[in-house]
Structures are given as C-alpha cells and as structure tokens.
Ligand binder design. Structure first.
Ligand SMILES: *Cc1c(COP(=O)(O)O)cnc(C)c1O
Length: 502
C-alpha cells in the first residue's frame, strides 16, 4: 500500500517513509491511497481475537512494507497488560444517562491516563523501524506542540528509545496543573520540556515553522539528525486509533449488545480531529457506522463547519475545563476533506491555502452534502459540562472526565434532536482523575476545594471510590526536572540549544 500527500497526489511514499517523515514536503498530510475492506468473514475472525490480534491484523493491512515479525514486535511492546492495567487496553464500560444507554469506550488505561497513549505507546516502535528502512543511521528529533495530553503521552512513549530525542512545547497557561506536573517530572535521558508564552495554536504554528525552515533542517542534517513528528498528523499516530473502533465493535458483538452487521454511531470529543477521523477511516474499511457525532467545547469551530461548510478560525479562543479540545485549527480535518472531495489534492490545497492566508475556507456543495449526511456536530459549554458529570455520577455512579462529558452532552443533544436510538460508542478520552478539580467541583459543588491537585485526587476518591490510576498516584512524590519558559519567536533557538547544535 502506498501513501500520498493531501496537497500533491504525485508525492507518493511507502508507509515507512510516511511515518519517518511525518509531514509531506509540500505541507500536506500523508493518506493511504486505498483502504482495506473488511467483510463479514473478516469481522467474524476479528471477533475471536484479543486486542493485540486485532491490532496486528489492521497494522498488517496498512503497513505492507513491514514484515510480520516487525508488526508483532511493535504491537507486543506497546499494548502490554502491565502498561494498560489489564489484557484489553481499550475496554468497554456500559452505563446509562436517564433512559439512554451509554456504551463507553475507555481509552485512558495507559501510562498517562489519556487516550493518546493508545497511539503514542506504539508510534516510537513504528518510527524506529521506519527510520531503519528509510534513513538508516540517523537520529530522529521529535518536536511536539501539546495542549496537555499529547506531550506527556509522547514523552512516555519515546523516553529512552534509542536513536530518538524529544522536545515538547506547551502553552504556559493552557494545561492543567496535573498535566504540567506530569510533563515537568518526566524521566528519560533524551527528553526536554519547555513552556511557551502563547496558546496551543501558537505552539503548533511555531513547531510547524521550525519543521519547514530549511536552515534548521540543514543544521540537523550536518549533525546526523532529522526532524520527525509525533503529533496527530503523523500516520503512525492515526493508524493505531483505527484499531480501537474496530475492536470496540467486536466487543459490543461479543458482549451481546449488538449483532454482527448492526450499525452503530460513534461519538467523539474532538480537538485536532484525529480521533474522529480514525473512526471515519474504520467506516471506510467496512465498520458499519451510521453517524459520526463530533463533540466540541466552547471552541466550536467544528460544529459551525459541520453545520455550514464554512471553516472560520477568526473567532475568540476560550480556555476551558476540557483543555485538550481548546483548538481552533483542527489539522486532521485536511485528511477528511481530501477524502470527501474525491481525493482531490487540488481542492484540498486550495482550502488549506485559504486557511493559511485568510483563516477561512468554504467547501464545495458536494462536500457539504456528504458531511451533512454522515456527521453531526454539536458543542457543550462549561456549565453543561459540569452538570453532565454530576448527573451521570448521581444517576448511574459513573464518573467521567470533562472531555468525555462534552461527548456525553452532545450525544444527549443528538438523541433529543433526532430520536435516533442506534447503539452508540462514546469515546472516553481521559481518566476523571486527570482533571480532578473540575470533576470534583461538578460532583460536589458545595465542597471546599483543597489546595493541591493531589489532595483533590484524594477527595475525589473519597467521594467516588473509583480506583486512582497507579501512574497518577505515584506522581505526588516526583520532583520537577524542567521549568523553562520561552517566547514563541525564540522556539527555533531553543530547539538548537536543546540539541547542542547552535
Ligand atoms: C487530544 C484529546 C482530545 C482530542 O482528540 P483529537 O484527536 O485531537 O480530536 C480529546 N480528549 C482528550 C483527553 C485528549 O487528550
């Protein structure tokens, strides 16, 4: 299977090249030229497998230039019971909100308690193997712009992986205290963490600029290094996310919730559009998905886009209690547009150029029609986020984090609007303990909040009796290693200095 750039279909690469390079030279994103199709017999076979078996099947069908041994090696290093606290790294939980059943796909059982572990535990292994195939002998420099969870998950995934170095930038006031502490205490000899004076989009733009500055790339090349990306634009990030939608469907069948062949909806709390795109790709492979429900917080640029076909990032930016979704430019939407426009690199490039120059674009009527048919977009404000956490906990004893709450709220809106009772999978993207303060305020509005995040964790445990994930419990005693803060325009110098190649 080959991959090409969304902005130049003649830029064609192997999967190893796509993963090693991260982003195409023309600024486009790599996409598979075709999608493997699974029929009933394929699903029948998948039903009998565990998560790792399902992952191996999906990976083999996309990474055709990897050997079977390489894929087995990556999968078995990534999805261990030890790292994910159980044999199924992405288990289902079944609960209810009022009369509405919620099939919750818990994607946060990995080492950083958020869904990005699902991809970032395997990406470093895919990447080192890809580099060996393409740029043998070079060290990969991973630059990450994060709104919180990606940074820590990437650091955990890459720490002490040979032939890699990782530098993470985060917005100084745009992540939770717990997220900050998680990153600043990161262990590993090949890691650097730095805050920037700006928001997530500034960090992301800064990183993109560094990637595309020829002088910086030359300097790296002289020192036998090359840039690669662990952000959700890397194909090696997206592919692992397809697996858990297929696996969730199999679990629903095995648990007697649906019959093989039944349609489902998926509900995804969305920021950069990676997670929901993976579900769409699973749909292209034959997963029977009726509706893709895209849930946003007050930064509702995607809701407007789905409803109007106009993407306009010229609007106020809000810092919310679901910070991993505080995003105005959803990078992975580019891949959806490429697909929906009939693999048109010309249209995709036009829209992306317009986004760059005016902050805005409007898709064609054909694309609008498909979006309206397959997607539902909704958003949820701060108060509703808290009230849904409260209702779900009070009514059903199920505790969810702020991001998942946004999805549950938008799903409720969807059911009210449409009356659609198709069984739905709700992607739950973080442990509630990762956002203890907001969750605590939601379930116990009258409590006096303790001083530190760790006391809040203890208090939330007292109220919910839900076990605190081990990686969060052990953080308390860790000392911070990193405290740098830099201006956005100083990011290039910071990178060169961190790599000791000024
Ligand atoms: C990253 C993240 C999201 C958004 O996912 P995208 O793939 O960027 O749309 C949602 N929730 C949490 C907890 C996250 O970390």
């Amino acid at each position: 299977m080959l991959y090409n750039s969304t902005q130049n279909a003649r830029e064609v690469v192997s999967s190893a090249q796509a993963i090693a390079q991260g982003i195409s030279k023309d600024g486009g994103l790599f996409v598979p030229q075709e999608f493997p199709k699974y029929d009933k017999a394929d699903f029948q076979a998948l039903l009998a497998m565990d998560y790792r078996g399902r992952a191996k099947k999906v990976f083999s069908d996309f990474l055709t230039d990897f050997t079977e041994e390489e894929i087995i090696d990556c999968v078995s290093k990534a999805y261990t019971s030890e790292k994910f606290g159980g044999s199924n790294p992405a288990p289902m939980a079944y609960t209810k909100l009022g009369d509405t059943p919620l099939n919750v796909l818990e994607l946060w059982h990995g080492p950083t308690c958020a869904f990005k572990d699902m991809a970032l535990q395997i990406l470093p292994h895919l990447l080192t193997k890809s580099l060996k195939k393409t740029y043998d002998g070079k060290d990969a420099v991973i630059l990450v712009a994060t709104s919180g969870d990606t940074g820590k998950a990437a650091l955990e995934g890459f720490k002490d992986v040979e032939h890699t170095k990782i530098i993470v930038f985060y917005p100084v006031d745009g992540v939770s205290p717990m997220q900050k502490h998680q990153m600043n205490t990161q262990e590993g000899s090949n890691v650097t963490v730095c805050a920037i004076k700006g928001n997530f989009d500034d960090a992301q733009t800064g990183v993109k600029k560094i990637f595309t500055t020829p002088e910086i790339s030359e300097k790296l090349a002289e020192n036998n290094m090359l840039f690669s990306s662990a952000n959700s634009i890397n194909w090696g990030r997206l592919l692992p996310q397809i697996v858990y939608y297929i696996s969730a469907y199999c679990d629903l069948v095995n648990d007697g919730k649906i019959a093989l062949g039944d349609k489902i909806n998926v509900v995804v709390p969305t920021g950069n559009f990676g997670n929901i795109l993976a579900s769409y790709y699973a749909g292209l492979m034959g997963l029977p998905v009726a509706k893709f429900i895209c849930a946003s917080n007050s930064n509702n640029v995607l809701t407007d886009f789905i409803n109007t076909g106009i993407y306009d990032k010229n609007r106020d930016f809000y810092t919310t209690m679901s910070p991993s979704m505080d995003i105005l430019v959803s990078s992975n939407l580019e891949r959806l547009l490429y697909k929906l426009s009939g693999d048109s690199d010309v249209s995709t490039k036009e829209w992306m150029d317009s986004l760059k120059s005016t902050g805005k674009y409007e898709v064609s009527d054909e694309v609008k029609a498909v979006i309206r048919e397959k997607f539902f977009g909704g958003f949820c404000g701060e108060e509703q986020t808290q009230s849904i956490i409260n209702r779900l906990f009070t009514q059903s004893g199920y505790l969810c984090d702020t991001h998942t709450a946004v999805a549950v709220n938008v799903y409720e809106q969807y059911v009210k609007n449409t009356g659609d009772t198709t069984p739905s999978v709700i992607a739950s993207t973080a442990s509630p303990y990762k956002f203890s303060k907001a969750v605590l305020k939601a379930v116990s509005p009258d409590c006096t909040l303790p001083e530190t995040e760790f006391e809040m964790v203890d208090m939330l445990f007292d109220i919910s009796k839900m076990p605190v994930p081990a990686p969060l419990a052990s953080l308390k005693d860790k000392k911070a290693r990193f405290s740098d803060v830099t201006e956005v325009d100083k990011m290039p110098e910071y990178v060169l200095s961190a790599l000791s190649i000024e």
